[in-house]
Design a protein around this ligand. Structure first.
Ligand SMILES: CC(C)(COP(=O)(O)OP(=O)(O)OC[C@H]1O[C@@H](n2cnc3c(N)ncnc32)[C@H](O)[C@@H]1OP(=O)(O)O)[C@@H](O)C(=O)NCCC(=O)NCCS
Length: 166
């Protein structure tokens, strides 16, 4: 596979991030969320979401992209919850590129950066039905700390919370 380049996302990446966001939702979340919620995540909706995101400067999140041949193959959005705790808010890899180390490369990249900034831990909330993502976080050293109910897309959803020591 060609080299992966990792960088902070910019407004120039909107269309490609929206494509990955849309494709991943249709491929993965149809099994986990009500169909009306998945249907709403159209390509146009994702473009509007990411345009607004960059207009507002991320509103507390930072997004990083992994590119192959100048095309976005995956992205991760992080939140800085407190001075020492960060959170993976979203991590999506284009279904055509999954299983090739892109998710690991993105996570390792942001964890290193967060550690250098003084963060001690990172958390992530994963839908209880999302077994693939749970295997991914466990492989990266995440420790299951609790299960919880969260409100996401107007539904109560059960999640597992993983913690990473940075
Ligand atoms: C979860 C996700 C980000 C992983 O990205 P990826 O680039 O496919 O992952 P990697 O190739 O870096 O895999 C790293 C490790 O994760 C585990 N893993 C990845 N995909 C897996 C799968 N389908 N089944 C089991 N384990 C898996 C493996 O241990 C793998 O290591 P290995 O290749 O040495 O076996 C990606 O599958 C994705 O975008 N999923 C849909 C969106 C999503 O669920 N995001 C997380 C929301 S909390």
């Amino acid at each position: 596979m060609a080299d992966i380049t990792l960088a902070r996302a910019t407004v120039a990446d909107v269309a490609q991030i929206a494509t990955v966001h849309h494709l991943t939702w249709q491929a993965e979340f149809a099994k986990m969320l009500p169909s009306e919620v998945v249907k709403k995540m159209s390509y146009d909706f994702c473009v509007s979401f990411w345009k607004e995101y960059f207009k507002k400067g991320g509103s507390g999140t930072e997004t990083y992209v992994a590119k192959i041949n100048h095309q976005v193959a995956g992205f991760v959005a992080i939140i800085k919850n407190t001075k020492h705790e960060s959170e993976i808010d979203k991590i999506y890899v284009d279904p055509n590129y999954q299983g090739r180390g892109i998710g690991s490369a993105l996570t390792t990249y942001v964890f290193k950066m967060l550690k250098e900034q003084g963060f001690e831990k990172a958390i992530v909330k994963v839908y209880i039905k999302n077994k693939k993502a749970q295997a991914f976080y466990e492989k990266l050293g995440g420790v299951l700390v609790k299960e919880a109910d969260i409100v996401d897309y107007h539904s109560i959803i059960k999640v597992k919370v993983y913690e990473f020591a940075l």
